[in-house]
Structures are given as structure tokens and as C-alpha cells.
Design a protein around this ligand. Structure first.
Ligand SMILES: NC(=O)c1ccc[n+]([C@@H]2O[C@H](COP(=O)([O-])OP(=O)(O)OC[C@H]3O[C@@H](n4cnc5c(N)ncnc54)[C@H](OP(=O)(O)O)[C@@H]3O)[C@@H](O)[C@H]2O)c1
Length: 268
């Protein structure tokens, strides 16, 4: 898969962003606005979203023309409310994830997959759905390389003990079953970290070990999700639609200046 190329579409898009206050979602909102697109951002707290956006953009421009904030809990919506939210949107970007508290892990249930199902049923035809998964979620058709037994055992435990992981798997399973009716991409970042947009690689399947095989900044994940929103229809259809690309930050070679000069040391 191509790793990095400028998005090709120049037309103005309307995008519904779910999980807009998240570590990734806030960048998705910010990057789309910077590029002049129209955003409907859903958050449980508008105050939190405003504060986060002003941190990313120290000198915020007036985005009032292009930004609509909806303060609500996305998991409480009924179909007609969801349909209204997604009306006229070219893409829906979901950066929803469970908060790492007891409530978020065990009491919020399988809310990410429930919301995903509702979005699929309510978004306009032809709208792209771009959701965040994780590298630990395998392609449901079994086309990822088989993981070693030890990693499969850990994933088995995660599936039964940690609902957020099972929830992400349910999302992928649902989307695979609804390829005929939904245009989707599941972006699978490796271990998430904070940081800026840097160079990153996109892989067709999961590469390397489940643990310690790389990191991805949330800003890079957002950058890629925005690229998917803006990607030309032909590229989207051929490369990303119904795909589960894995994202990892590029491992850059050690800078020449920081290399130790061994010759010099030996001569001493
Ligand atoms: N951690 C990792 O290393 C890792 C690696 C790969 C993939 N992932 C995946 O990445 C995704 C999210 O990453 P992130 O770090 O950007 O997430 P995050 O910062 O935790 O953001 C999660 C978003 O979901 C919202 N949310 C949480 N519980 C909710 C609920 N019950 N109802 C409505 N909204 C709710 C949060 O809203 P509030 O701000 O209101 O709480 C927030 O906007 C998850 O799917 C996760 O599995 C994580």
C-alpha cells in the first residue's frame, strides 16, 4: 500500500467525526478544518472539545462557518437521530474508544460496535465509514499472517477478559458481513503514542509481533484517516475500501551526526 501521498480530492467534504474529544479524534477535526472541510463533531462535552482544539491550534482561525459541535452521548442515539447527524455527509470518521477506567472497560459494554452498526444503517448511500481498530484485531477473513501460538493465546485472553478488544473485533466482523451495503475502512494502528505528524508506513496486513513491533502517533493516525476521507474515488475503491490497513510510524535511520566514529576510538 502507498505510505504517504497527498490526498487528491480538492472538493469540500462534509464529515461526521465521532469521538472528537479523543486523542486521535481531536486531530481529525483539526486537520479537516485546516483543509477547509466542513465538520460535524460529536462529543460528550463541547467545552472539552473547544479546549482541545484551541491547544492544537494556538492561534485558532474562525472555523464557525465549517464546524458544528454536537454535545451528546453517541451511544444514546436512536436511528432517526443518527440519520439526522449523518445527513449529507461524505464520510463518517469514528475515533471512538473505551476510556481506560472500570466504567469505560467493563460498564460501557460493546458500545463501539453498537454505534458502528447504527451508523452503517443510518448513513447516506456512498458515504465512507472510516473507523479506528487496532493491530491486535485480525482480518475476519483470516488473510493476516498467522500469529505465533503465544500471541494467539494472549489475544484469546484479551477477547474474554477485556471487552474493548472484543468490541473492536465485533466492529470488524460486522463490517466484513456488510461489504455489499457499506463502504468502510478499518485503520489498525500499532501501539498508540502522543506526538506530531511524522512519516509513517501503511501495511496491507499486520506485520511483526503483537508487542514492541512499532508505535504510531495519534496525529499520524488522524492524518491517514483524513487522507482516506479525501482520497479519490478510484483509489479508495481499489486500495482502501473494505481494507484493514495497519499503520506504523516509519523507523528512521539513525542520524549521521549521532553515529559513533569507531575508527577514531580504535586509534586512541
Ligand atoms: N491504546 C493503544 O495503544 C491502541 C492501539 C491501537 C488501537 N487503539 C484503538 O484506538 C481507539 C481510540 O484511540 P484514542 O487513544 O484516540 O482514544 P481516546 O483518546 O481514549 O478517545 C476515545 C473517544 O471515545 C469517546 N468515548 C469513550 N467512551 C464513550 C462512551 N461510553 N460514549 C461516548 N463516547 C465515548 C471519548 O469521549 P470522552 O472524551 O467524552 O471520554 C473520546 O472521544 C480505540 O478503538 C482503541 O482500541 C488503541
Amino acid at each position: 500500500m502507498p505510505s504517504s501521498s497527498a490526498p487528491s480530492s480538492l472538493s469540500k467534504k462534509k464529515v461526521l467525526v465521532l469521538g472528537a474529544t479523543g486523542g486521535t479524534g481531536k486531530y481529525v477535526v483539526s486537520f479537516l478544518l485546516e483543509k477547509g472541510h466542513s465538520v460535524v463533531a460529536v462529543a460528550r462535552s463541547e467545552e472539552k472539545l473547544t479546549a482541545l482544539l484551541s491547544k492544537i491550534q494556538p492561534e485558532p482561525k474562525d472555523y464557525s462557518q465549517n464546524l458544528v459541535m454536537k454535545e451528546l452521548s453517541i451511544s444514546d442515539l436512536n436511528p432517526s437521530e443518527m440519520q439526522e447527524l449523518a445527513e449529507g455527509c461524505d464520510s463518517v470518521v469514528s475515533c471512538l474508544g473505551h476510556t481506560m477506567t472500570l466504567q469505560g472497560m467493563y460498564q460501557d459494554g460493546y458500545f463501539v460496535s453498537s454505534v458502528t452498526k447504527l451508523v452503517c444503517q443510518c448513513m447516506p448511500k456512498g458515504c465512507r465509514l472510516i473507523v479506528m481498530g487496532s493491530e491486535g484485531v485480525a482480518k475476519p477473513d483470516g488473510s493476516d499472517p498467522v500469529r505465533p501460538l503465544s500471541e494467539r493465546f494472549i489475544l484469546f485472553l484479551l477477547r474474554w477478559l477485556v471487552p474493548p478488544h472484543a468490541d473492536n473485533e465485533l466492529v470488524a466482523q460486522y463490517l466484513y458481513k456488510h461489504q455489499d451495503t457499506v463502504d468502510w475502512t478499518v485503520v489498525r494502528p500499532t501501539d498508540l503514542i502522543d506526538g506530531t505528524v511524522t512519516e509513517y508506513d501503511i501495511f496491507d496486513t499486520s506485520e511483526g509481533s503483537l508487542f514492541g513491533s512499532g508505535v504510531a502517533t495519534r496525529a499520524n493516525v488522524a492524518d491517514f484517516m483524513v487522507r482516506l476521507v479525501l482520497e479519490e474515488q478510484a483509489t479508495w475503491n481499489n486500495t482502501y475500501r473494505h481494507a484493514m490497513p495497519v499503520l506504523k510510524d516509519k523507523v528512521l535511520p539513525v542520524a549521521e551526526s549521532s553515529k559513533v566514529d569507531c575508527t577514531e576510538k580504535k586509534d586512541r
